[in-house]
Design a protein around this ligand. Sequence first.
Ligand SMILES: C[S@@+](CC[C@H](N)C(=O)[O-])C[C@H]1O[C@@H](n2cnc3c(N)ncnc32)[C@H](O)[C@@H]1O
Length: 234
Amino acid sequence: MDNLFVNKFPIPWSMTRAEKSTLIQLVKEINPEISIEIGTFNGGSLQVLSHYSKKVYAIDITPEYRDARCKELKNVDFLIGDSKKVVPKLIEKINASKEKVEFILIDGDHTTKGVLADITNVLKIIPYLPITIFLHDSFNPNCRKGILSYDYSKNPYVHNVELDYVTGAFNHDGLYREMWGGFGYIKLMPEKRIKPLKVSQYQEKLFKITYYKSIHFYRKCFGFLKPIYKVFKK
Ligand SMILES: C[S@@+](CC[C@H](N)C(=O)[O-])C[C@H]1O[C@@H](n2cnc3c(N)ncnc32)[C@H](O)[C@@H]1O
């Protein structure tokens, strides 16, 4: 597959071309003082955050990823551990020292509970500048449910929520009938919101149509047959 940015950012990453292009352009435009990434893996998205931010906090449960490909990224503070434990401490420190975070990427634990926990913990941040939060895999049914489970109206700094800022993909990376990718987006502003908040799902219909053709739907409906299938397979 042709990749327009392959030379500038050589570390392989787990995103579609549309997502890569969007992330590069957006982070370049924001030029963040500080970025946070939850979910580093090989360092694909981290190389972009590191390139355009002054400093990055990168969180991953697996230490090998930091050691494998990210050694050269000098402005990155690696925090190893479960984001459910690491993020609350990090946000507490950032709030206490009034650090100017401007961009956050959530791409770690992809379960519904995991996504909800990361959003809940990240949204405890006090915004001293506008903060853009990208939620990767908003097109995946479990992640989407996690994103939708949070009550954004209770946070006065949230001004905008869009689940389909970038639309996701079907059969992504050859994964049979699986729905992955997509960027959801949350905008935090230092001033409190005056108007009521609307959580937008620009491609909700596409999501629903795709879901009924997806493996996620079949698993939900026919998952109870799995033990029987295993018996017959032996
Ligand atoms: C999809 S990968 C991230 C891909 C990366 N952002 C990129 O675009 O190249 C997800 C990463 O989240 C990490 N992860 C999963 N659960 C986590 C958790 N509870 N806390 C921290 N990291 C976690 C995994 O180890 C994995 O490296």
